[in-house]
Design a binder for this molecule. Structure first.
Ligand SMILES: N[C@@H](CCC(=O)N[C@@H](CS)C(=O)NCC(=O)O)C(=O)O
Length: 205
C-alpha cells in the first residue's frame, strides 16, 4: 500500500499513525504541498480535492483520513483500536466525526491564520478570524477536557481511533497557538498519546 502524505500534515499523520500502530506496512510518498504538487494532474487523478492523505491499495484509491484509518483497521484482523461491537464502534465513530467536522477544522483555521497564510505569501493574520478560531477551540477543547476527567482514553478503557484522530491536530499546539495548555485532563491524555510508539515514529524530522 502507498500512503501519500506530507510530514507537516496532521490530517495525514492520523492515517500514518494508524498504519504504524497496526503494523500495516505502507510506503510513504511525500507530496510537496508548498510547491503545489497536490494541484498537479497526476495527484488530482488520485484526489480531486487536492489534499493528503491518500491511500492506494493496489489500485483502490481512498482519500479522507478517517476513512483511511477505518480501512486500515479492516485490513488488520487482530486490531483493537476500532471495536466491532455496535455501540463501542458508534462511540468511536462519534469522536471521529466530531474531529472531522468540528475540532480539526477549528485547528486548521488557526494554523492558517498563524503561519500557513504567511508561508504561502497570502498576507498576515486576520484578528477577527483568530478570535473566531480561539472561541471554537476553547469550546471544543473544553468539551474534550470535561469528557477526559477520570479517563485515560477517549472511548472505553483502551486506545482507539478516536485518540489517534484527535491527538494528531494537537501536534500543532504551539504553531497554531491553540488555547489548550491550561486544560489539565486534556494535557494528561495528550502526554499519554505522545508516549506512544506510533506518535514518536511519526514525528516530523
Ligand atoms: N478532510 C481531509 C482534510 C485533508 C487536508 O486538509 N489536507 C491538507 C493538509 S493538512 C492538504 O492536503 N491541503 C492541501 C490543499 O488543500 O491544497 C482529511 O481528513 O483527509
Amino acid at each position: 500500500m502507498r500512503l501519500y502524505h506530507h510530514p507537516l500534515s496532521t490530517n495525514a499523520r492520523r492515517a500514518v499513525m494508524t498504519a504504524v500502530h497496526l503494523g500495516v506496512p505502507v510506503s510513504l510518498v511525500t507530496v510537496d504541498l508548498a510547491k503545489g504538487e497536490q494541484r498537479q494532474p497526476p495527484f488530482l487523478k488520485l484526489n480531486p480535492n487536492h489534499k493528503v492523505p491518500v491511500l492506494d491499495d493496489d489500485g483502490f484509491v481512498l482519500w479522507e483520513s478517517h476513512a483511511i484509518m477505518q480501512y486500515l483497521c479492516d485490513t488488520a484482523p487482530r486490531q483493537t483500536v476500532y471495536p466491532a461491537a455496535n455501540r463501542a464502534r458508534a462511540d468511536v465513530n462519534r469522536w471521529l466525526f466530531w474531529c472531522a467536522q468540528h475540532f480539526g477544522p477549528a485547528v486548521e483555521l488557526l494554523n492558517w491564520e498563524h503561519w500557513i497564510k504567511e508561508l504561502l505569501g497570502l498576507g498576515g493574520p486576520d484578528p477577527a478570524e483568530i478570535g473566531r478560531g480561539e472561541g471554537l477551540i476553547r469550546e471544543l477543547a473544553g468539551i474534550l477536557d470535561a469528557h477526559l476527567a477520570g479517563r485515560d482514553w477517549i472511548c472505553g478503557d483502551a486506545l482507539s481511533l478516536a485518540d489517534l484522530s484527535i491527538a494528531a491536530p494537537l501536534a500543532d499546539t504551539e504553531r497554531a497557538r491553540l488555547p489548550v495548555t491550561a486544560l489539565g485532563n486534556l494535557q494528561r491524555w495528550f502526554a499519554r498519546m505522545r508516549g506512544l510508539d506510533a506518535w514518536k515514529k511519526t514525528a516530523p524530522a
